[in-house]
Design a protein around this ligand. Structure first.
Ligand SMILES: O=C(O)C(=O)C[C@]1(C(=O)O)C=C[C@@H](O)C=C1
Length: 290
């Protein structure tokens, strides 16, 4: 079989030069990167086996979870996380080269809602009166700016997008807090792990669970399942179940391998407590070079 047939098709939130693209290229430099216009489309592509893997943003250090990803994985898809990628995020204000020295003419700023939110203070203090418009991704916004010559509009996006779409970087590092990183999930239909295990590898497992109804202290009981086994959690978050106010599911990131006997015991105990549990599997964290 030729080398090409072994290459994986990988869906990502595009177009080229989005942050998701950079994360995808970082972990899979030699595979086929296939752009999709939205997170659900990436997830559906892997669910329908149009691609082997999909890379989607899941959490940002400033803005928290990406609700679309988390909710879609809980409600709509039966997929597993094969790896997570952690990338540094640097946001810049990009304009068409024609308007390089005319920022005072700025009419509208486009970007992914998470990116606009990461720059909220900067945009408020420096471009307070300018309309902000959410767009499919930072790179899609950059592409729009490159095609728009008759109005002075800007995109919040990265430096690669400036190069790719031939834009001028009018303002650099406009994100409100210095430590700006995003986690991306690499999703697969199979419960497999990305092949190359990173140095100092710490396995992580993500569970999505619902609590039994009308049991007082149910969350406390869930936490003690992990506490007495000395299993560390790195995150717990609730999201609406969408069945009524006050109904939630929980996303729990656990610093352990689900194949460990202690974790198997934890799963049994959670089920005995009446929790419903969806495991996204065990995976390792990869950091893209800064
Ligand atoms: O718009 C992009 O470039 C994306 O890849 C999406 C996304 C996100 O959804 O959080 C990814 C990283 C940044 O945090 C901003 C936007």
């Amino acid at each position: 079989m030729s080398q090409q047939q072994w290459e994986k098709r990988i869906a990502y939130l595009g177009p080229e030069a989005s942050f998701t693209y950079l994360a995808t290229k970082g972990l899979f430099p030699n595979d086929w990167h296939i752009p999709y216009q939205s997170i659900p489309e990436c997830i559906e592509a892997v669910a329908e086996e149009k691609v082997e893997l999909a890379v989607v943003p899941v959490e940002n250090a400033l803005e928290g979870s990406v609700p679309l990803t988390v909710d879609y994985l809980f409600h709509e898809a039966e997929l597993f996380v094969t790896a997570e990628v952690m990338s540094k995020i640097q946001q810049h204000l990009l304009v068409n080269k024609k308007y390089a020295n005319q920022l005072d003419m700025l009419e509208e700023i486009y970007s992914h809602p998470h990116a606009l939110a990461q720059c909220h203070k900067f945009l408020f203090y420096n471009h307070g009166g300018v309309k902000q418009t959410p767009y499919a991704s930072t790179a899609a916004a950059a592409e729009l700016v490159s095609k728009t010559e008759d109005r002075c509009i800007a995109a919040v996006a990265n430096a690669s997008a400036a190069v790719k779409y031939g834009l001028h970087i009018a303002e650099t590092n406009i994100h409100d807090f210095h430590f700006n990183h995003t986690r991306f999930f690499v999703l697969s239909k199979q419960n497999i792990r990305h092949g190359i295990v990173p140095l100092k590898a710490q396995p992580k497992t993500t569970f999505m669970l619902t609590l039994p109804t009308d049991v007082s202290g149910a969350l406390h009981q869930v936490l003690s399942v992990f506490a007495w086994r000395k299993i560390n959690l790195s995150k717990i978050e609730s999201r609406p179940l969408k069945t009524g106010l006050g109904n939630y599911f929980f996303i729990i990131d656990i610093l352990a391998d689900e194949d460990e006997p202690m974790m198997k015991g934890a799963v049994e105990e959670l089920k005995a407590l009446g929790c419903t549990l969806k495991s996204l599997g065990t995976y390792f964290t990869y950091v893209t070079p800064e």
